[in-house]
Design a protein around this ligand. Structure first.
Ligand code: XMP
Length: 327
């Protein structure tokens, strides 16, 4: 798809390398000597934003990692190691799992789920900010496709929580350093800022996390099945040397039930869908052609290692007509 040039989007006539300094400078001027809170999820966008803002204002930045219980396996540990230990940023980790699961109990509409997750995020920030003293700014990892999709004149495709779901009484000013960049440009900026290669080139992960990978109402049990199967998928894709070949891959619990036979006994369990796609900027996507032997191994491992799963499927739908996520 034809896309606007950096100059058209930003008014800046130069390379992306030069634009990194522009972003740092803009943040420094916007924030001045005030305090900034960064919603750090560990995804590429928020990580690059944290690196930009840290370069711009150093210790005026506090990063807040909210564990909403919808994270991938190993995610909180990775964030603590990279941002807390390696970069030495001021990092606060909040365990808000019960809060999110209580609010999401019985909610099955995807947009309602996104809105609740987005709003609850802000509430947690507000609570933590109140504890921290005066905080004036909130960093958000909004990128250009989020804005394009949320403003689509064909109606909202999906309200990305970092654009559409802000509550009315929101009382921080936003700092959105990469909002005019496409994903590939955000990654280039991340490398230039010294983020580790494997961090910058990791696959995108939606703000609402595994919450949009359980179709319908969330239960801790379904989230567990998605988290465990996702870890197996990532392990197998890495083992096959494909981790940097495939743009995005994950598992989904589509709801419904499927009969299986475990140790000779009939069981009535859950299905898990494996999705793997290639894309440049998430606007369109093609299904990754995983080797059949790999799919067989992934299936066998998920069935035997993830309690409650009796069926595994591979999603062969490109975008369009499908979206990348199931919700
Ligand atoms: P879709 O499903 O719209 O996904 O084809 C396109 C890209 O966006 C990610 N995605 C989200 N990211 N909040 C986010 O921050 C969301 O609510 C959300 N929904 C989808 C998705 O993972 C894919 O990379």
């Amino acid at each position: 798809m034809e896309r606007d040039s950096l100059a058209t989007r930003t008014g800046f006539n130069g390379t992306i390398e030069q634009y990194v300094d522009v972003m740092i400078d803009q943040v420094r001027r916007q924030v001045g000597d005030r305090q900034v809170l960064c919603a750090l999820s560990g995804g590429v966008d928020s990580s690059v934003c944290a690196a930009i803002v840290h370069r711009a204002v150093g210790d005026q930045l506090t990063c807040l990692f909210v564990d909403h219980g919808l994270m991938r396996a190993g995610e909180p540990e990775m964030v603590r190691e990279l941002f807390g230990n390696h970069f030495g940023m001021h990092l606060i980790m909040v365990d808000a799992q019960d809060r999110f699961f209580d609010k999401l109990d019985g909610v099955d509409d995807p947009e309602a789920k996104r809105k609740i997750i987005g709003e609850e995020f802000i509430r947690v920030f507000e609570d933590e900010a109140a504890r921290l003293g005066q905080i004036d700014y909130l960093v958000q990892g909004t990128i250009y496709p989020d804005i394009l999709e949320s403003q689509s004149d064909k109606g909202v495709v999906k309200s990305h929580h970092n654009v559409g779901g802000l509550p009315d009484d929101f009382d921080f000013e936003l700092v959105e350093p990469v909002k005019y960049l496409f994903k590939d440009e955000v990654r280039v900026a991340g490398e230039l800022l010294g983020l580790p290669h494997e961090m910058v080139w990791r696959q995108p992960f939606p703000g609402p996390g595994l919450g949009v990978r359980v179709v319908g109402a969330l239960t801790r049990e379904k989230v567990r099945m998605v988290r465990e199967s996702d870890a197996i998928l990532r392990d197998e894709i890495a083992g096959a040397g494909l981790a940097h070949e495939i743009w995005q891959y994950f598992t989904v619990c589509p709801g419904g039930r499927a009969v299986g036979v475990v140790d000779g006994a009939r069981t009535y369990g859950h299905a898990i869908v494996v999705r793997a796609v290639n894309s440049v900027d998430a606007m369109t996507a093609e299904v990754a052609e995983l080797p059949y032997s790999l799919l067989k191994r992934i299936t066998l491992r998920i069935i035997t290692e993830v309690g409650g799963v009796t069926r595994v499927m591979y999603d062969t739908t490109p975008k369009p007509p499908g979206t990348i996520e199931w919700e």
